[in-house]
Design a protein around this ligand. Structure first.
Ligand code: NAD
Ligand code: WQD
Length: 349
């Protein structure tokens, strides 16, 4: 029988910790490799506390080939979910080499080790940020790619590398063929309903939802709404926010699909993970206020460079092929964000 061990790179992070929780609850053995560059081990302590199950943790950098090879030899996973990566768009513009080294070179080392260990099932954390400008705000997987910053380009490059790997396999098949799911996340927010794990950004958050919740709790004074003159229903930017628990459930569905006829030998397929529904910044603020009873102090500021007016997923392919769809609505996402924020005003500290 195939091993039920899933190796998770970046498993101590925001999305990774929620994935560990769902996998443990689904009776997988979970092995985490994380260098803790943007996370705390406490997240995994809490995952074990919530589930009453244990996982195996290695503090290692995915670029350390020797360490990674040893872990694969010891743990013999059947599948890898690859979350490890740096993700701050602004930082990637300032330090492109850091981003390409960590994200692209890190993935090269990981896939070399996987190839040598004959572990060729991979679920990769891609992003809606790989898409280029388009005429329609609703993105399907076949839209042209065209990331506009080093972070996004690192994801697009990794997608290319993984596609090439699967093409090589089609031409010269392995006994254990490559099967790769590229999951393009839209805007993950929210937290596990326990309020014990959640997003714990370093310093001042870049993303809207953690910023709003830190204003609500009094850590930050005022939210800047970046632009109110976009061609959207109220002039502010529209995005597809998705509950992190729905998002990680998509990864379990992807693992099922990798082991089914959906993925033939040597296939690499991309799936949007979003709700299909967009909300504007002002709609987020208003819903946050009505769910939490807090008032959000905000001002309208100039547009942030690089932002699109509107972007949301067409999630039909993930429904059709992965049998995945979201269960939680915007109110759930906000209630769970607030539950985490109020229970952990200083994050994991
Ligand atoms: P996160 O920073 O919370 O988690 C990433 C984890 O990877 C951290 O625990 C970090 O310590 C670890 N890591 C980074 N580089 C590493 C390395 N070289 N070796 C070992 N571990 C390393 O981020 P997240 O929000 O959980 O995102 C997870 C993945 O999803 C990332 O690849 C990110 O690019 C992608 N993604 C995130 C979003 C989002 O908005 N959060 C959207 C789309 C895609
Ligand atoms: C959402 C909306 C802002 C902050 C980013 C990355 C993307 C992906 C997800 C990883 C926009 C507005 C924001 C603020 C605001 N990450 N906003 N004031 O830009 O859609 O995507 O995170 O892959 O790569 O680019 O998300 O949360 O930053 O912004 O008005 O203080 O909120 O202009 O309309 P974005 P976001």
């Amino acid at each position: 029988m195939k091993s039920r061990t899933v190796l998770i790179t970046g498993g101590a992070g925001y999305i990774g910790s929620h994935a560990c929780l769902e996998l443990l609850q689904a009776d997988f053995n979970v092995v985490v490799v994380d260098n803790l560059s943007n996370s705390k081990l406490e997240s995994l302590t809490r995952v074990q506390q919530i589930t009453g199950k244990t996982l195996t943790f290695y503090q290692a950098d995915i670029r350390d080939k020797a360490a990674l090879s040893d872990i694969f030899a010891k743990e013999k996973p059947s599948t890898v979910i690859h979350f490890a990566g740096l993700k701050a768009v602004g930082e990637s513009v300032e330090q492109p080499l850091l981003y390409y080294h960590n994200n692209v070179f890190g993935t090269l080392v990981l896939t070399e080790v996987m190839d040598e260990a004959e572990v060729r099932q991979l679920v990769f954390s891609s992003s809606a940020t790989v898409y280029g400008e388009s005429d329609s705000p609703q993105y399907t997987e076949d839209f042209p790619l065209g990331a506009i910053n080093p972070y996004g380009r690192s994801k697009a490059m990794i997608e290319d590398i993984l596609r090439d790997l699967s093409i090589a396999d089609k031409n010269k098949p392995h006994k254990t063929p490559w099967k790769i799911a590229l999951l393009r996340y839209f805007n993950p927010i929210g937290a596990h309903e326990s309020g014990l794990i959640g997003e714990d950004p370093n310093g001042i958050p870049n993303n809207l939802m953690p910023y709003v919740s830190q204003v609500a709790i009094g850590k930050l004074e005022q939210l800047s709404v970046f632009g109110d003159d976009y061609p959207t229903r109220d002039g502010t930017g529209v995005r597809d926010y998705i509950h992190v628990v729905d998002l990680v459930k998509g990864h379990l569905k992807a693992i099922e699909a990798l082991n089914s006829d959906i993925f033939s030998s040597g296939s690499c397929k991309a799936y949007n993970l979003g709700t299909g529904q967009g909300y504007s910044v002002l709609e987020i603020i208003n819903t946050f206020e009505s769910v939490t009873g807090k008032t959000i102090n905000y001002k309208i500021s100039p547009r942030r460079s690089g932002d699109l007016a509107e972007c949301f997923a067409n999630p039909n392919l993930a429904l059709k092929e992965l049998n995945w769809q979201v269960e939680k609505n915007l109110k759930d996402m906000i209630a769970d964000t607030w539950n985490w924020q109020t229970k952990n005003p200083q994050g994991y500290n």
